[in-house]
Design a protein. Structure first.
Length: 242
C-alpha cells in the first residue's frame, strides 16, 4: 500500500496533449509517402509498389537507407536518415502504432522535448550499434521505439509508489513481459535487426535510470542534444538532395 496521498499520485489515464507524438507520427508517415513518390518519379518502382509494397534494399538505399558499405564510404548521415525510413506499409504501421502508444504513456510524464530526444537518441544509437555489429542494411524507427519502451519500464519501477495498482501493473510486469517477448521475436525472425532493437532498448534503460524526475523542465543537456539532432538532420538532408 502506497503512503502517498491520492493527490500526489500520477494518473496515466488522464487526457493530456501529446503534440510531439502526433508530430513524429505525421513526420514519419510523410517521409514514407515522400520517399515512395521519389522512387516512383525516378522510375525505380510503380506508384502502388513504391507506397505500399515491400521496398527493395536498392530503393531504400537511394532515399537515405542505412547501407554498411555506403556508411563506411563516408555517408554517415544515413545513420540518421534511416531512422525515419521503413521497408513497407506494414513495417511503418507497426512502428507508428507503437510510437502512439508510448507517446500517450510517456510524453505527459517527460515533456515533448525530452520524449523526442529519447526517441532519436535510441534510434540513432540503434543505427550506430547495428553498423558496428556488421549489419549490412537496417532501416526504421524500431530502435527509438525500443528506447522509449525500455525507459517506460524503468520509470514504472522508479515511480511505482506514485502509481495506482493498475498503472503499476501495466508499467511493471506487463511492460517487462512485452520487452521479453519482443526480444525473443527479434532473435527468432530473420528479417528483424535484433542488434538494433537491443541497442535501442539499452539506451532507453539507461535514459530511464538517469533521468530527472518526470514532470520537471527538461535539462539543458537534453535540449542541446535535440538541437544537435536537428542540425544532423539538416546536414543529412543537404547530402540527400544535392
Amino acid at each position: 500500500m502506497s503512503s502517498r496521498s491520492p493527490s500526489e499520485r500520477l494518473d496515466l489515464t488522464a487526457p493530456a496533449p501529446i503534440p510531439a507524438t502526433w508530430g513524429l507520427v505525421a513526420l514519419t508517415g510523410a517521409v514514407h509517402l515522400l520517399t515512395g513518390l521519389i522512387a516512383w518519379e525516378r522510375g525505380q518502382a510503380g506508384l502502388f509498389a513504391a507506397l505500399v509494397l515491400d521496398r527493395s534494399p536498392v530503393l531504400r538505399a537511394s532515399v537515405g537507407g542505412q547501407v554498411a558499405s555506403l556508411v563506411d564510404a563516408g555517408q554517415w548521415w544515413r545513420l540518421v536518415s534511416s531512422v525515419l525510413l521503413h521497408g513497407d506499409l506494414g513495417h511503418l504501421g507497426v512502428n507508428l502504432v507503437s510510437l502512439w502508444v508510448l507517446g500517450r504513456l510517456l510524453e505527459p510524464l517527460l515533456g515533448s522535448v525530452r520524449w523526442l530526444g529519447w526517441f532519436f537518441l535510441g534510434g540513432v544509437g540503434a543505427s550506430i550499434g547495428s553498423h558496428l555489429a556488421g549489419v549490412e542494411a537496417s532501416d526504421g524507427g524500431s530502435g527509438g521505439a525500443f528506447a522509449l519502451l525500455g525507459a517506460a519500464a524503468v520509470l514504472g519501477w522508479r515511480l511505482r509508489d506514485q502509481l495506482d495498482e493498475d498503472d503499476a501493473w501495466m508499467m511493471g510486469p506487463v511492460l517487462w513481459g512485452f520487452i521479453a517477448l519482443n526480444l525473443v521475436l527479434s532473435v527468432v525472425l530473420p528479417w528483424i535487426d535484433a542488434t538494433g532493437h537491443a541497442v535501442g532498448l539499452g539506451v532507453g534503460l539507461l535514459l530511464g535510470a538517469l533521468a530527472r524526475r518526470p514532470g520537471q523542465v527538461a535539462p539543458r543537456g537534453t535540449v542541446a542534444l535535440w538541437g544537435l539532432w536537428l542540425g544532423a538532420c539538416a546536414v543529412a538532408l543537404g547530402f540527400w538532395v544535392r
